[in-house]
Design a protein around this ligand. Sequence first.
Ligand code: NDP
Length: 314
Amino acid sequence: MDNQKERVKCLIIGSGPAGYTAAIYASRAGLKPVMYQGLQPGGQLTITNDVENYPGYPAGINGPQMMEDFRQQAARFGADIRYGIATSVDFSGKPHKVTIDEQKEIEADTVIIATGASAKWLGLESEARLNGSGVSACAVCDGFFYRGQEVAIVGAGDTACEEAHYLSNLCSKVYMIVRREEMRASIIMQNRVKHTPNIEILWNSVTDEILGEHGVEGVRLKNTVTGETREIAVKGFFVAIGHEPNSKIFQPYLQHDESGYLKTIPGTSKTNVDGVFACGDVQDNVYRQAVTAAGTGCMAALDAERYLASLEDY
Ligand code: NDP
């Protein structure tokens, strides 16, 4: 059955706050949306601990629970939520064609892209080799394994600060590796790490190599000012240096910036291809918040509904 073609009015690719919000609105509007959840059902919030800034949750909520709430709300209105990954697209004609898991072809009158963004890596050989053996891009997922031990985290944005603070509650010591002499993170987050006794910030430091054969045993750091190298002994190495948009398969058809973020017509979710809309982090390199992703997911569903209504043969 999987090889059969299927025609849908509204296909949603991705299942973070943007995708689920689009699914809620599209299903309530009668578009019978089909959603493919992608590689990481629930998206980045499923690897987040407490979400304290999403309106409506006065006591905060953990990320996976929040995404389960989103999923249930979309399912309640009839969204058809499926496992599967969009592996290629053809936006050269109509209907739009999207291949799922390299085999099933979906023909869609409208496509809502909500594929989000993924963690960036430093690109060291040792980082790739030890990935899953002490190297991680998700403190909330893997910090537990290093409780009572010393760890390092690289990055100086809000994510790195948030994760360093999270790790400081589990680990005996957290080294924060910052490549400049200042941080990019918001002042409140910087102050939080600066005032945590078991976090030590290593300024002007870059990671030369992650040490260890079968598991992380340490990190060799280089000081960018003096050129000196030093080694620190750690059991876990966390990378928190930002994200890149999951837009590769769309780039041949859709306008995007130099980092790959899809371009939308300002004030809308419309891409340069009629009937294809983008929402959430895949098109937002500025705000990147759950609430803004949800807002643009709503816009995408409304734009899709209006687009369908405008088609003569609809
Ligand atoms: P950012 O892009 O903000 O920060 C990335 C950090 O990683 C920067 O400090 C950067 O250094 C550093 N970095 C990048 N590449 C390397 C490298 N090769 N080696 C060493 N360091 C590197 O990403 P974040 O994920 O932190 O945040 C993304 C967005 O999400 C931001 O807008 C942030 O405000 C938001 N956010 C908000 C939160 C909240 O409000 N609770 C929580 C988490 C994120 P440099 O500064 O030198 O470029």
